[in-house]
Design a protein around this ligand. Structure first.
Ligand code: KDO
Length: 335
């Protein structure tokens, strides 16, 4: 009977929908969970390649469940605009810098200050311990994104177009030093003694080539991956910032996952960060020889003079006032 078969097919459809909802409990019950990633990292950089590790890890732990879309070279969102895109629901994942976090979570600026984090091991201890847990909770509340893992970006050094005798911050006077475009980054450039000039990462190579900037600061693996060594002659090993980026997911995307999916996404982020960290640490050790072989001068300044001057600049600034009672001391005491 027609009425019966119609009723029956309606019932079957309802059962199917219930079944789908039970086995695929995320927002996109019909399809895969789409995870769009945007980063300014260049393809040959470890913190770009780590996203393939992330994707592969999810393919293995949850075959066919996620559609991970990796967008490098800031091709999807401009550098620094990713957190806003995530808050608007236009992006699921990125690697966010301490500088971008500090715009909304002022106490996070302690990690934008030079010579605070001592080395990659110290960085992992700080962020994987109680300090990281408390700060990440605030990040989630204020930025609506959840940090999943801490990736070591490397230790930032100064990289100049021309050879220059740099021993102390005074020797950088008048040097147009490119920094990413935010007041927190520019403050660091000025604290180093230079004239900080804002420019997006993707424009740095040309800026160095044409001379619109005199130099830039980045960790050695990024100098190699972005080929800045082709258009510069000198690296000054100031080691002024043990830098990190945080693999972070929008809360909208995170809250749409079930417990098993959350665990798999977190494990994939951990695997990606470990891959990046191991490779970056190892490569950093080898790159001085590589750059010298390319004809660059690599020199060590009076690092103590840089440390004292930079620390004094931060401690006398408004940044230090928002770090909260004892935060810097607790970071220093973390071993
Ligand atoms: C840079 O623009 O100098 C910087 O190193 C800043 C980091 O926070 C990060 O955005 C990084 O660029 C990009 O991922 C490109 O390596």
């Amino acid at each position: 009977m027609l009425t019966f078969s119609l009723r029956r097919s309606g019932l079957l459809a309802a059962c199917a929908a219930l079944w789908m909802a039970a086995v695929l409990p995320t927002a996109q019950a019909q399809g895969k969970v789409v995870l769009r990633i945007s980063t300014p990292a260049v393809p040959d950089d470890w913190h770009a390649k780590m996203w393939t590790v992330f994707k592969d890890s999810l393919e293995k732990s949850a075959p066919g469940e996620f559609d991970v879309q990796i967008n490098l070279n800031a091709s999807l969102f401009k550098q620094g605009t990713e957190p806003a895109a995530m808050a608007r629901g236009n992006l699921e994942l990125t690697s966010v810098s301490a500088f971008d976090i500090a715009k909304l979570v002022p106490e996070f600026s302690v990690f934008t200050a030079g010579y605070v984090v001592r080395d990659p091991a110290h960085q992992q201890k700080v962020f994987n311990g109680p300090i990281g847990a408390a700060l990440f909770k605030t990040v989630s509340e204020k930025m609506d994104v959840t940090p999943l893992a801490t990736a070591y970006l490397g230790t930032r050094q100064i990289n100049l177009r021309e050879v220059r005798n740099v021993k102390t911050p005074a020797d950088l006077k008048g040097v147009k030093l490119r920094m990413p475009a935010s007041k927190e980054w520019l403050f660091l450039g000025e604290a180093l003694g230079a004239t900080a000039t804002p420019l997006a990462f993707g424009e740095v190579y040309l800026g160095l080539k044409t001379g619109t900037i005199d130099g830039q600061d980045n960790p050695l693996p990024s100098v190699r991956a972005a080929k800045f060594y082709e258009v510069t002659r000198h690296i000054v090993m100031t080691g002024h910032l043990v830098d990190g980026v945080f693999i972070a997911i929008s809360n909208k995307a995170w809250n749409a996952l079930n417990a098993a999916q959350k665990q798999k996404v977190k494990a994939a982020a951990d695997a990606a960060a470990s891959y990046n960290n191991d490779n970056r640490i190892q490569e950093e050790r080898q790159l001085v020889a590589f750059f010298r072989a390319q004809g660059l001068q690599v020199t060590t300044p009076d690092v103590e003079a840089f440390r004292q001057s930079v620390q004094k600049t931060y401690l006398n600034s408004d940044y230090a006032r928002v770090w909260g009672k004892g935060l810097l001391e607790r970071i220093n005491a973390t071993r």
